[in-house]
Design a protein around this ligand. Structure first.
Ligand code: FEO
Ligand code: CA
Ligand code: CA
Length: 553
């Protein structure tokens, strides 16, 4: 027999797990799934099919189009400015997507959450950095960040927004959001809005998680000098000129109820530039949440709840990846934190400083985090760290001791490095499909892409790659989708039947300096300007990849 269990899992890492390791909520939502439960019942024919599977990728491209490998198609579900109801429109720069069907028996009708990470004033508010920004311009910008909930349905292979569905709504930088914490933050228990919503997650109780990443760009940041005296660092967007919202109200993990849009910020998971938050439910229903701080030399964190289903009661840890230890950000039990901060609330608000005081390892911009459905190992993209000479990034693998997600020790290793040898650079979002293939999007910055004076020229436009788990190409990094000019592909999310890959196309044409000469016109609508949009990628290849497991049929 050519494929035995050991070979099957070897490229992702050793494992002693014979059956699925992920909880049902991660699998039923199409996020990840298990390939098989019994490796001994595989027919020779099936193994031959898997062994013979060849995936033909596409070469790097600098074309202004969404270029797809053979066997893939796409259609646009929704784009910036599209109406979702009589009162609301879809926001700008869509990122994380998460689809939750109303009913597990019908994977073709449900609610799609989409993050709107940031705005380009040039397109959104007609601000060109020359004059003073007006309140009306700021209000436009505030409306276009946050997130959208839209009901979508698939009919005859095409996903469409159900206009005016009562679930359709916008969450913006002005929506009232409760804080899930006993103490007020800067005097408030409810705050205004969410912003910088980059990636996210899903909870075991099927609500959306959206993460506030580069929040300091909107309302600034509070900084402290060596005598602990605070001052305000101004933001790039300058919203604080009109809205005196404290920076401490942003930089959190936010949970959204899909049904009514009610939101809450989870203070216990700490405040920093959260890329994402990936949750795992333990057998006793306590929750483990992994989250990274996407900034040069920042850290990887893990929250372990002490009560079932709680994202408030528990302990936040930060990773020492050199010694393989999770270090507790616990004011009560860490003298060094007690000496510097007033209480646990302050430790959580200033988590970056607290993490450094207890010995957290600086990492190269930890971004997305996914759990391998077969091995239970945790994969974290480290996008890059240019000042440290890491231009192409890598993917970090964490193996918790004894495969226990609430372990306080682990082993860290590099799973794969970016660079010319592996054909990709600057990994950002990750997704495992139903067969355990790993999908990777890249984020080479718009100002560095396709430039002869930068080290990213050969990679051309940002892309979506897949690393097949089985077949002739197992372990290879294969480009399957190339983004339009200046764009980044984000938010990959599989529909529960494995037949659709939802994907965001973010910031096409972001290098545009003159609207009459945009660098991109994707998605090629009548306005002839670039627009961020969410697409559905379908086709034989998606279906084949999702079935590329050891189960018959
Ligand atoms: Fe918003 Fe870390 O990407
Ligand atoms: Ca990124
Ligand atoms: Ca990202």
């Amino acid at each position: 027999m050519d494929y035995n269990r050991r070979q099957f899992i070897s490229f992702m890492g050793k494992a002693s797990i014979a059956s699925l390791v992920l909880p049902q909520f991660l699998m039923s939502c199409g996020n990840t799934a298990t390939p098989t439960k019994d490796f001994n019942k595989i027919s020779k024919e099936r193994l031959q099919t898997l062994k013979d599977f060849v995936l033909k990728g596409i070469p790097a491209s600098d074309k202004d189009d969404l270029v797809l490998a053979n066997g893939l198609d796409y259609h646009t579900i929704i784009k910036w400015g599209d109406t979702i109801s009589d009162t609301d429109t879809f926001g700008f720069n869509n990122d994380y997507t998460c689809f939750i069907p109303f009913n597990d028996d019908d994977p073709k009708d449900g609610l799609l959450w989409v993050n709107h990470e940031y705005i380009n004033p040039f397109f959104v508010s007609d601000f060109n950095y020359q004059q003073e920004k007006t309140k009306a311009q700021v209000d436009k910008e505030m409306y276009n960040v946050g997130g959208s909930i839209v009901r979508i349905k698939e009919k005859n292979g095409v996903w469409q927004v159900v206009q005016n569905d009562p679930h359709n709504r916008r969450i913006t930088a002005q929506t009232d959001i409760a804080l899930n914490w006993d103490a007020p933050i800067k005097g408030k228990t409810s705050v205004k809005g969410t912003l910088a919503n980059c990636s996210g997650g899903i909870t075991p109780w099927k609500t959306f998680i959206t993460c506030e990443e580069n929040y300091d760009g909107f309302l600034g940041e509070t900084e402290y000098d060596k005598n602990n005296v605070e001052s305000h660092r101004n933001s790039g967007y300058g919203w604080e000129k009109f809205y005196n919202y404290p920076p401490e109200h942003y930089g959190w993990v936010v949970e959204i109820n899909p049904k009514d849009g009610k939101a809450q910020k989870h203070i216990a998971i700490g405040r920093f530039a959260h890329e994402c938050c990936t949750l795992y439910e333990l057998k006793d229903k306590r929750v483990v949440a992994y989250t990274g701080d996407d900034h040069n030399d920042e850290h990887l964190y893990k929250f372990i709840s002490s009560k079932p289903g709680s994202l408030k009661e528990g302990t936040l840890y930060v990773a020492d990846t050199i010694n393989g230890k999770w270090l507790a950000l616990d004011w009560e039990n860490q003298p060094v934190l007690k000496a510097k901060f007033k209480n646990q609330t302050e430790v959580l608000i200033r988590a970056r400083e607290a993490a450094k005081l207890i010995g957290a390892t600086p990492l190269n911009r930890p971004e997305d985090i996914e759990i391998d459905p077969i091995t239970g190992h945790i994969f974290i993209t480290l996008t890059n760290n240019k000042p440290k000479g890491d231009l192409h990034g890598s993917i970090l693998k964490i193996e918790e001791t004894n495969d226990n997600f609430d372990a306080l020790t682990f082993k860290a290793s590099t799973y794969i490095a970016g660079g010319e040898e592996n054909g990709f650079s600057c990994p950002d979002n990750l997704a495992f499909d139903m067969a355990g293939n790993l999908w990777i999007t890249t984020d080479i910055s718009g100002s560095s892409m396709n430039r002869p004076d930068k080290p990213y020229l050969t990679f051309k436009n940002n892309s979506l790659f897949v690393i097949p788990r089985l077949g002739k190409d197992a372990g290879k990094v294969i480009r399957v989708v190339s983004a339009p000019k200046d764009a980044e592909l984000t938010g990959p999310w599989f529909s529960p039947d494995g037949k659709t890959l939802f994907l965001s196309v973010q910031h096409p044409g972001e290098q545009t300096k003159d609207l009459s000469k945009p660098t991109s016109t994707w998605p090629f609508d009548a306005d002839n300007i670039p627009k961020p949009a969410v697409v559905a990628i379908t086709g034989d290849l998606i279906e084949k990849m999702n079935k590329l497991n050891l189960i018959e049929g």
